[in-house]
Design a protein around this ligand. Structure first.
Ligand code: ADE
Length: 329
């Protein structure tokens, strides 16, 4: 069980409501077959040797299960999980406090690891490599380095931005996994599992419909399921059928491809203001009054995956598929 939490508020909000639906064991984890198989082997091998799991880096868009995997790893290894995030660890001293408190085999999870301040990242290198920390005390002529030996632990790093993790950081991870958007078949099974846990009655076609509209993302699938449940309980008899599902998702502003208001605003802006592109991400962010990071990390990846937009050296461009989706072709 977690003994220490150092999370920023955004993550705490995102975590609310996820906890009960998270699979606790790897065998309950649905989808990502390649990652599941490789992680299963790595866990068994570490258990067999009686060693901590090697450091592990998870790439992938938000909501695909990076935090869930960290929880599963700690459960499977029978060790504690300590969670934090890049922006929450401001100084090396913060990290020193966390690392020196770890027990042998504990899992240290750092979300958004690409946002660790550079000095903290460099401080982490020797901890990952030799389980040692070089801590400088005093200043100037009196400065001296104190070596602190840590108990062997596993660092699980997660990032939405593969390109922003520095090469020296990446090289220190023995296991590197890429999570991809889930196909609707897997999301359907996840929705059916969540429905069982929450005591929701839903027909197979409705589970599939929500899955098709969940942007390949379990977190979104579970959120939509809860909105449809609300609708069914208030405007129906609690049972989720296709009519209830379609009406409720329409009310939520989710279109048949699962695009929401920001996705559609981005596509329309590209057409109406930028003649279909190419347009730079900064211009799009300014016009839409959104953060560049949100567009890059949350909005764009799924639009790229669906082929509604492409990235070119001179900026983003809407595709024929994107125009057709807006009804303009
Ligand atoms: N809930 C959220 N993500 C899940 C997954 N990958 N498998 C099972 N349940 C989930």
């Amino acid at each position: 069980m977690p003994r220490l939490q150092l999370l920023d508020s955004k993550e705490q909000v995102e975590d609310l409501g996820q906890t009960g639906l998270r699979p606790a064991r790897l065998s309950d984890y649905i989808g990502q077959p390649g990652v599941k198989k490789r992680l299963g082997i790595a866990l068994k091998a570490a258990q067999k040797r009686g060693e901590p799991l090697e450091h592990l880096l998870l790439f992938g868009p938000p909501g695909l299960g990076k935090t869930t995997l960290a929880h599963i790893i700690s459960r499977e290894m029978g060790s504690n999980l300590v969670t934090s995030s890049g922006p929450a660890i401001e100084r090396s001293g913060d990290l020193m406090g966390i690392l020196t408190n770890l027990q042998e085999g504990d899992i240290m999870f750092i979300d958004e690891i690409h946002r660790l301040p550079r000095p903290v990242e460099e401080f982490l290198y020797s901890a990952m490599e030799d389980f040692q920390l070089d801590f400088v005390v005093d200043k100037g002529a009196f400065a001296k380095t104190i070596k602190v030996t840590l108990k062997p632990f596993t660092l699980v790093g997660a990032t939405t931005r593969a390109g922003l993790v520095s090469a020296p950081m990446r090289e220190r991870f023995g296991l590197v996994y890429h999570l991809d958007f889930y196909p609707p078949e897997d999301l359907t099974v996840i929705i059916q599992r969540s429905s069982r846990i929450l005591g929701i009655e839903i027909d197979a076609a409705s589970a599939r419909e929500i899955a098709e509209r969940a942007r390949g993302t379990p977190r979104i699938a579970n959120r939509l399921l809860k909105r449809v449940r609300d609708y069914a309980e208030v405007l129906g008899n609690g049972y989720i059928d296709q009519e209830i599902t379609q009406k409720s998702l329409h009310l939520e502003g989710i279109d048949p491809a699962g695009l929401d208001a920001i996705d559609l605003a981005l596509l329309r802006t590209m057409v109406q203001i930028y003649k279909g592109g190419p347009v730079g991400i900064d211009s799009l962010a300014a016009t839409l009054n959104e953060e560049v990071d949100t567009l890059q990390e949350v909005v764009e990846p799924y639009l790229l995956k669906r082929g509604f937009i492409i990235r070119t050296p001179s900026g983003r461009r809407i595709t024929e598929l994107g125009l057709a989706h807006l009804g303009l072709l």
